[in-house]
Design a protein around this ligand. Structure first.
Ligand SMILES: *[C@@H]1O[C@H](CO)[C@@H](O)[C@H](O)[C@H]1NC(C)=O
Ligand SMILES: *[C@@H]1O[C@H](CO)[C@@H](O)[C@H](O)[C@H]1NC(C)=O
Ligand SMILES: *[C@@H]1O[C@H](CO)[C@@H](O)[C@H](O)[C@H]1NC(C)=O
Ligand SMILES: CC(=O)N[C@H]1CO[C@H](CO)[C@@H](O)[C@@H]1O
Length: 351
């Protein structure tokens, strides 16, 4: 398990319906265009996006919000959008190990509250009901906080039993299950689980595939070129790992935030932006800082932000979002990216 990091691709991007195979970078009739407001257009009443539904290519004309009172543009689908007031920042709800100014910042999992600006929960031997109740380096086993299993140790049932930089390669019995460092199992060696989109954080490549017995790690397959223009998902085939009878993966074709209404394929773990992300993620996984997070919070942005340097955190966010959003960013104008991909935009400008 432990694949949640991989699954936060945007929910509001339009998936593509069927249309003929075409491999050039041509407009996709199912995609709108996204472009900056022209100088002749007049936007009234704090409009930040003007949509032309009846144009031959429906187009979103974008003008980022500049007023201090109404700084945010939240894009609507098939409609205009207006600048909005800043949403209030949600209260801090910190897990054991995470930073706080007072006990009200700590979640109910931190039974001892805020001590020296860190939320404190259960230590060795304290009672717990879930992993979240224990301090960093511990997990909840049989109602008691106990030390996580080190790399190479046996007895894990899931990743959260292992130290934060490692996951559980589950065998038939837990006494044979071993904690492996993430991204450490070489290609074509067995791995206990593989997500439906062929991702495994235990594999060196980040990729896995079913075989006759179960699953094994896959070679780092990639796009045949980057960017890869597409009309349908079937256009998004990876290079092959010939070790498998069907040794390729199929990505997803997304409408990009560009002025040409072009669509592009999601990328594979062997592609440069994804490799950059995995390499940077390894810095976190191998750092001493990850040991300051509760076992359930090992991959969370909030714990990472608390302990990593701002520079490292920003770089991580940039590589992570850049791998996820790659097809959305190709050939985009900055005014559009600023409004439609605000997190990516902010991370890119912070690095
Ligand atoms: C702008 O807002 C004003 C006041 O609310 C309203 O009277 C006017 O119709 C709006 N204009 C447009 C083009 O929506
Ligand atoms: C978008 O704004 C324009 C200009 O104010 C207006 O004419 C149009 O009806 C609006 N579109 C929608 C879908 O509300
Ligand atoms: C567009 O937005 C306006 C203002 O929020 C709303 O009244 C209208 O129903 C929307 N139109 C469509 C077609 O969704
Ligand atoms: C778990 C698994 O193997 N998932 C998929 C990996 O990719 C192949 C080829 O695209 C699919 O057939 C598998 O279902």
């Amino acid at each position: 398990m432990g694949v949640e990091r991989f699954s936060f691709l945007l929910l509001f991007i339009s998936a593509i319906s069927a249309s003929p195979l075409f491999l050039g970078s041509s407009p996709n009739p199912n995609c709108p265009a996204y472009t900056c407001k022209t100088s002749s257009q007049q936007f009234v009443n704090s409009t930040c996006i003007y949509f032309t539904p009846t144009a031959s290519t429906p187009t979103y004309y974008v003008s980022p919000c500049s007023s201090v009172k109404l700084p945010y543009c939240l894009p609507s689908t098939n409609n205009n959008s207006t600048c909005q007031a800043a949403t209030p920042t949600p209260p801090v709800n910190a897990w054991p190990g995470e930073k706080c100014s007072s006990s009200s910042d700590c979640s109910s999992h931190a039974s001892r509250g805020c001590i020296n600006n860190v939320c404190v929960g259960g230590s060795q031997g304290d009672t717990c009901s879930v992993n979240d109740d224990c301090n960093p380096n511990y997990r909840c086993l049989g109602g008691i906080c106990q030390a996580q299993i080190p790399v190479g140790g046996t007895g894990c049932v899931n990743d959260y039993d292992c130290v934060n930089g490692a996951g559980c390669n589950i065998a038939k019995t837990s006494s044979e299950s071993i904690c492996y460092p993430y991204f450490s199992i070489n290609q074509h060696l067995p791995v206990s689980s593989c997500s439906s989109n062929n991702l495994s954080m235990l594999c060196n490549s980040g990729l896995c595939m079913a075989n006759n017995e179960g699953y094994e790690c896959m070679a780092p397959v990639k796009s045949s070129r980057l960017p890869m223009s597409c009309q349908v998902d079937g256009d998004c085939m990876s290079t092959r790992d010939d070790y498998f009878p069907t040794g390729y993966l199929t990505g997803t074709c997304y409408c990009g935030y560009n002025a040409n209404s072009a669509s592009y394929c999601s990328i594979f773990a062997g592609d440069k932006p994804y490799l950059e992300y995995i390499n940077y993620f390894k810095n976190w996984l191998q750092s001493t800082y990850i040991k300051k997070c509760n076992t359930m919070r090992r991959f969370t942005a909030s714990c990472m932000k608390d302990w990593w340097t701002t520079k490292e955190y920003n770089l991580y966010m940039y590589y992570s979002l850049n791998a996820d959003y790659y097809p959305l960013t190709v050939s985009g104008e900055s005014c559009v990216q600023q409004v439609y991909l605000p997190q990516w935009w902010a991370a890119r400008n912070a690095v």
